[in-house]
Design a protein around this ligand. Sequence first.
Ligand code: ADP
Ligand code: MG
Length: 614
Amino acid sequence: MAKIGINIATGSLQQAEMIVGIDLGTTHSLVAIIHPESKQATALSEHDASTLVPSVVHFDPAGNAEVGEAAKAYLESDPANTIFSAKRLMGKSYNDLKAQAEYFTYKVIDDQSEALVKVQVGNRFYSPIELSSLVLKELKNRAEHILKTPVSKAVITVPAYFNDAQRQATRDAGKLAGLDVLRIINEPTAASLAYGIGVKKDQDQTVAVYDLGGGTFDVSILHINDGIFEVMSTHGDTYLGGDDMDRAILEYWQADQGLVWEDAAALGGLRLLAEAAKKALGMADTFSVNWQEKTLTITREAFEQAIQPLVDRTLASCAQALQDAGLKAEALDAVIMVGGSTRVPLVKKAVSAFFGKPVNDALNPDEVVALGAAIQADILAGNNKELLLLDITPLSLGIETMGGLMEVLVPRNAKIPSQAAKQYTTQKDGQSGIRISVYQGERDLVVHNRKLAEFNLTGIPGMPAGMPKVEISFMINADGILNVRAKELRSGVSQQIEVKPQYGLTDAEVEAMLMDSITHAKDDMATRALVEARTEGEQLLSVTENFIAKNHGLLTPQEMTDTAQALQNLQMALTMDNKDLIREKAEALNEITRPFAERAMDQAVGGALKGKAI
Ligand code: ADP
Ligand code: MG
């Protein structure tokens, strides 16, 4: 059942719009949705064939673009005006691509080597973002045609190894195509979701996702816990894929059967024959075809021999990925096959032997990524209550301050995006590092909350305690991603980390955490008061001791004795769970030392007493 909404302005009923999942691939792209009746992730299809759209754009002399099968037909006959693999150009400068210049049969422009590349077609220039947007626009049109409803919201997938610039470029391409890109997700994450891994809470799984497409290969090791997908490692070869298998067949025909061809158009046709041979050999033991008075033949055995080196290279990447993740193959719960080229029986056999377990190949390998994107889209649409994805923070976010207290920076129910910052200082003279621990929850002590991340701000130049100004800022973006930054403002030293706070908590868990905070409110308040008193007492103790050590010349013998006594009293009080006693002894010590501080006007003491340390 689709959701029904009421337009407040007009009072009319309207159907909530469907959010689609898009796999924007290097060679093929496609759209999937959660079928409104069956509730199953389904690739959009026309005439019962799934709509795999070749990611190819052809421009006619007037500059009109055609996308998909029609454009692919021009690959050999009009290479200068036919753009394939635009995904490889996303977020890249010419310097990034120099080594592969030969691969592109169209003109990639390098007017400023560090600037982002553009493609020249005739006298027009296109950015990779524009080119990808043309593919997305085509997908959007086809989806609207099939669904008979406007489509303007999407989840788009990208390889796990895409950097920020490449992700942003993908998002921009979506925008340009008239799509509101609700989220960019990793292809291996989408593939796992399609296999139901990570869809339910309480799942703790480690999986390998092996993706062999048309021209690229990558393998990612993911750890999925409580709905959080962590990419532990990723490895691959961005110039290795099914096209290389086709080439291996052509080379075999050349070497073994005296195949020769005269021009590019002939080569184009031969490539298609080679691809057909590759696909046929998945079922048959031998393949034969007539071509210009010749019969070209290849057996499965010869094919497997020809591609064995390619397969071996993918296995070397798998070994590297495992090593980078610090895992042995036995530690994996599942191996997921993605990409059209994993249909090749030898690939399945070799991967399964390498990891020592059967591979997951029940789903269509060129659809799984789009299917997973559709599942993610459905979660975002709020149709899947198992997972929680929100536009407000369900729980407070903060950091641990001295004594294990929770200091909230972004309170619960804050709107996303959101940001907040607070200043802290150091506790000890010359302290060069500060540990920042990020927590989520409503309890006063961090031990009762959920730890999200931890990192160190290091390299703070030597300064007296209380001098450094450490600003901790929390920024939550529209994707619900929290960025925590710590910056020492005097020196500019900074460090930051990204966390995904709301992933993995269900409604019920959030509720339980909130209930806990209410049940324990009274105890928590008392504990917080005690911890605060103790922290302040300890700070005062160390600051005073420090001060005396440095400035004993300023004190009379009587003052020295009084101070020593007051210090001892406070020390005693700190060993007991009595906040009033601690406060009393701290106040007494303060009374005695106040005149010294005034005498010395020591900035460090003043600063340390005022500033709050972590
Ligand atoms: P990408 O993610 O790079 O867009 P795909 O996952 O769509 O790539 O994979 C495309 C590749 O899969 C092509 O090289 C194609 O020849 C190959 N392929 C598709 N079907 C089969 C098959 N039945 N057997 C072998 N290879 C196949
Ligand atoms: Mg792919």
